[in-house]
Design a protein around this ligand. Sequence first.
Ligand code: PMT
Length: 398
Amino acid sequence: MGHLFNRNIIVGVSGGIAAYKSAELVRELRKLGARVKVVMTRGATEFITPLTLQALSGEPVHIDLLNEAAEAGMGHIELARWADALLIAPATADLLARLAAGRADDLLCTIALATPAPIMVAPAMNQHMWSNPSTAANIATLMKRAVTVIGPAAGEQACGDVGPGRLVEPEHIVAQLAESFSAQSLAGRRVVITAGPTQEALDPVRYLSNHSSGKMGFALARAAAEAGALVTLITGPVVLSTPMNVERIDVVSADDMLEAAQLHGAGCDIFVGAAAVADYRPATVSGQKIKKSEDRIVFDLMKNPDVIATMAVMEQRPTLVIGFAAETEKMLEHARGKLLKKSLDFVIANDVSRSDIGFNSDLNCVSVIDHTSCTELPLANKSVLAKRLFDMLASRLS
Ligand code: PMT
């Protein structure tokens, strides 16, 4: 629980009967050394007074979106930047719906939109409201966006019903929050990741490439950095911003990627090849723009170096070399083939024939294969999957 010391936590409180438990939650967080600011919806103030939460948090309670007292009138942005985590407990069905829809119609939802910090919600509502398909769809949407959902617990409810919908007890909510800060499983480890496509020039204006957006590799880099690793991200041309605490090396072609990988990846703890490296490049690159004249044009292609296979046999081999396998058929069989052929420790297989996962999607679902086992990681946001992957890899390293 020491992981909460000096952390900036925004506790969001929405308007349900369980709002009274937020007092206990704030007290527990403060006891463990967290700095707590409370943001309430108008509805929440019907169930518990702001004064109570102000006294327990030792900070003014925030309710209104437009706050003239805050610097430059941008109180929601200041709060969003201040937070190390946004914890909403209780989260009512209405609040979950507004979060899922991306509404910015009160201070709490606006902070949720504006904050780069991780978001956790602890739902509390009547059991029928919880099992209603609308709520289920909203929860699924939030989970896809990497929001952590804590509970709800089952049992006797304030309305007399018995079933799922009770707020998880504050001490368990606090324990889960603390755990999310404790994930420093890669502290001091050196992790090198490739991401995105490569571009192989045909002439000064054209190139061969593929649909990789870099999202998977960038999510891996973010997760490794959050787990305490020193991360180098070698990326082909993408339009993503660099995750915090990550060293970024921009490259264009497979040759450039190999050179950067050898330079930065030698002797590292984990090397992950999430890039979609072009297998072939034009054998010659025209110095001038190729003119349109013939009805057909034939290009001579030559094989590119295999970045990950080279890393796996180099003298200063990384401790773990992990490839991805982008497959459209016989996924497991082909992925196992790559594991052996490229001398990898793991291969992470994804089905890129599906439009909802793989290339340029926020979601993925993968099979993690090593020489003795195969573990399925079900459909999830790429950031969530990346965290799970590094949890597995960290335990293998240690
Ligand atoms: O970037 P996104 O839009 O988020 O999409 C993610 C992804 C689908 C690109 C990613 O999840 C993925 O599958 N990456 C690997 C893509 C690929 O090139 O797969 P492959 O099966 O052709 O290659 C197998 C492995 O060899 C990969 O680790 C690849 O990086 C590596 N390779 C391939 C060719 C080459 N010349 N050098 C390599 O290092």
